[in-house]
Design a binder for this molecule. Structure first.
Ligand code: LLP
Length: 463
C-alpha cells in the first residue's frame, strides 16, 4: 500500500475505504461464542451479562467506556495453555498484551510464567509477587538500568537481541558476580501474519540477530565465551495474529539447524528453544483460531521431528502467547452518543471512547465485531461505522458493522475481543481519560485498573 503525505495523517479516502463487510448477520441479537468471553450471555430480558451481571448494571456502577475482563475465562485459558504444553514445556504469558497486578497473581495461581519487555512491566510483575525466576526479560533496546535490575532481582532469562546486548548483559552480570541465564533471539527470515507467511533471506526489521550470513552462529560463539552468561537456548518470534502453523514449522526447522551447528562447532547441545507468541484469535465470526492443544501438538511434533533428523535430543520448548490468552476474555462497553445517517453511505455511530482505548483499527486496519448489549431489537440491520469522540476522521473503532436500525443515543454497545493490545496501547489523546479494567468473576465485579481522572492528567502536567 502506498503512503500518502497528508500532513494530518492518511487522506480520508485512504482511511474510509470500501467496506470489508459481508452480508448482515441473520440474527443481530445473537452472540457468537467464538468472539465473546466465556461467561457472556444474553438473559431473558435481552440484556447481555458477563459472570451473570447485566452490562447495564456494570455501566451504572463503573461508567463507560470500560473494559470488562472475564476472569473465569482468563484463568481457563491459562490452564488450557499450561495443560496443552504439559510438564516438558513452559508457557510465558506475554505481558505486553495486557498487564496488571491482578493478572500477575492469576498467572501465578494458574502456573504460568511471564514475559516482560520493559522496566515498567518488570516492576508490575515483581510488585505483584511473581517470582523473578519465572520472568523472561525481552526488548531490542533494554536500558543499562533495566538490565542491572533484571540481573539483580534474578530474572529467569534475558532474551538477548543484539551483539551490543550480549556484551552489555555479560558485563553487568559479571560486575554483580553473577552468571545470567540468557537466550539469543534470532531472526529466522520468516514473517507470518494471519493466513500467510513470507520467507526472505533477511528480515528488514529491528528485532533479533539474523540466522543468515552466520550472524546468529557468531552471536552464540560470543555468548558461550563470556563468563557472565549462561546460554540456555535460542528464541524466535515470527509475528502476530497467526492462524497457519507453516510459519512456525519453517522457524522451528531453522532454529533446530542452528542448534545442530552449535553442537558441531562447540560440542554443546543448547537445552531450550522458545518459539515466541503470535497465535491468532477470533475478532469476527470469520476468524478460525486453533485451540491450545492443537497448537501444542503441532509445535511439539515439528520440534521433535526436526531434532530427530538432526540427531539432537529434543530441547525444552517454551511459548509466549499474549493475545491468545487475554484477547478474547474482555469486551469494551460504550454508550452511544450520536447517530448520523449519511444518505447512500452508512450510519455513523459515535461512542464515548475511540482510538484512545482501541488504536488497533486505526493502526492496523484491524477488524472487530460489535453488538447492541443493553437490549434486543427486532429492527432491520443497518450498516454502521462505529467511531469515537476524538478529533480526527481516522478515529474508527469498528469500520463496518451491522447494528439494528432503531439504535438510539443511550444504548450500550460492546466490542468483543478487546483484551489484548487495547488497554495496553491506550493513550490520552485529546486528554481523554483512559478507561478502567473491571474484572468479573462468579463473586462479582471489581476494578483492577481504575479509570484515569482529570487529577491524574494535572498531576503529570507540572505547570
Ligand atoms: N513474544 C514476543 C517476543 C513478542 O514480541 C510478542 C508480541 C509476543 C510474544 C506476544 O505475541 P501475541 O501472542 O500477543 O501475538 N500491538 C500488536 C501486536 C504486537 C505484538 C508484539 N509482540 C497488535 O495489537 O496486534
Amino acid at each position: 500500500m502506498s503512503r500518502s503525505a497528508h500532513p494530518a495523517g492518511p487522506r480520508h479516502a485512504d482511511v474510509l475505504t470500501e467496506g470489508h463487510y459481508s452480508a448482515p448477520p441473520t440474527d443481530l441479537n445473537a452472540l457468537d461464542e467464538k468472539v465473546w468471553a466465556r461467561t457472556v450471555r444474553r438473559n431473558a430480558d435481552g440484556v447481555v451479562t458477563v459472570g451473570g451481571i447485566e452490562v447495564s448494571r456494570l455501566a451504572e456502577e463503573f461508567g463507560t467506556p470500560a473494559y470488562f475482563l472475564d476472569e473465569t475465562d482468563f484463568r481457563a485459558r491459562c490452564r488450557a495453555w499450561a495443560d496443552a504444553f504439559g510438564r516438558d514445556a513452559d508457557v510465558f504469558y506475554a505481558g505486553k498484551a495486557f498487564l496488571s497486578r491482578a493478572v500477575v497473581r492469576w498467572l501465578q495461581e494458574e502456573g504460568l510464567n511471564l514475559d516482560v519487555c520493559s522496566g515498567g512491566e518488570l516492576t508490575t510483575a515483581l510488585d505483584a509477587g511473581m517470582p523473578a525466576e519465572r520472568i523472561a526479560f525481552h526488548g531490542n533496546n533494554k536500558s543499562t538500568e533495566e538490565i542491572e535490575r533484571a540481573v539483580r532481582v534474578g530474572v529467569g532469562r534475558i532474551v538477548l537481541d543484539s551483539f551490543q546486548e550480549i556484551a552489555r548483559v555479560a558485563h553487568i552480570a559479571q560486575s554483580q558476580g553473577k552468571r545470567q541465564r540468557v537466550q539469543i533471539r534470532v531472526t529466522v527470515g520468516v514473517e507470518a501474519h494471519t493466513h500467510e507467511f513470507i520467507a526472505t533471506a533477511h528480515e528488514d526489521q529491528k528485532f533479533g540477530i539474523a540466522l543468515a550470513d552466520g550472524q546468529a552462529a557468531e552471536a552464540v560463539r560470543r555468548a558461550l565465551r563470556l563468563d557472565g552468561l549462561e546460554l540456555i537456548g535460542i528464541h524466535s518470534h515470527i509475528g502476530s495474529q497467526i492462524f497457519d502453523m507453516a510459519g512456525f514449522e519453517v522457524s522451528a526447522r531453522r532454529v533446530v539447524q542452528l542448534l545442530a551447528e552449535v553442537r558441531d562447532e562447540h560440542g554443546v547441545e543448547l537445552p531450550e528453544i522458545d518459539l515466541g507468541g503470535g497465535l491468532g484469535i477470533a475478532y469476527t465470526s470469520e476468524d478460525d483460531p486453533r485451540e491450545p492443544h492443537e497448537i501444542a501438538k503441532a509445535l511439539t511434533e515439528i520440534v521433535t521431528r526436526e531434532c530427530e533428523s538432526a540427531g539432537l535430543a529434543t530441547p525444552r520448548i517454551s511459548v509466549e502467547p499474549g493475545r491468545a490468552i487475554v484477547g478474547p476474555t474482555a469486551f469494551t462497553l460504550y454508550e452511544v452518543g450520536t447517530i448520523k445517517p449519511l444518505e447512500g453511505l452508512r450510519t455513523y455511530v459515535s461512542v464515548d471512547g475511540g482510538m484512545s482505548d482501541n488504536i488497533r483499527t486505526a493502526l492496523y486496519d484491524a477488524e472487530y465485531s460489535v453488538a447492541l448489549v443493553s437490549r434486543t431489537s427486532d429492527a432491520e440491520p443497518m450498516l454502521t461505522r462505529v467511531v469515537g469522540k476524538h478529533c480526527e476522521s481516522g478515529d474508527i473503532v469498528v469500520r463496518d458493522a451491522f447494528l439494528p436500525a432503531d439504535l438510539a443515543p443511550g444504548d450500550l454497545i460492546a466490542v468483543p475481543a478487546t483484551g489484548a493490545y487495547c488497554r495496553s496501547m491506550a493513550s490520552n489523546y485529546n486528554h481523554v481519560l483512559r478507561p478502567p479494567v473491571v474484572a468479573v468473576n462468579e463473586d462479582g465485579a471489581r476494578v483492577i485498573v481504575r479509570r484515569e481522572t482529570e487529577e491524574d492528567l494535572l498531576r503529570l502536567d507540572v505547570g
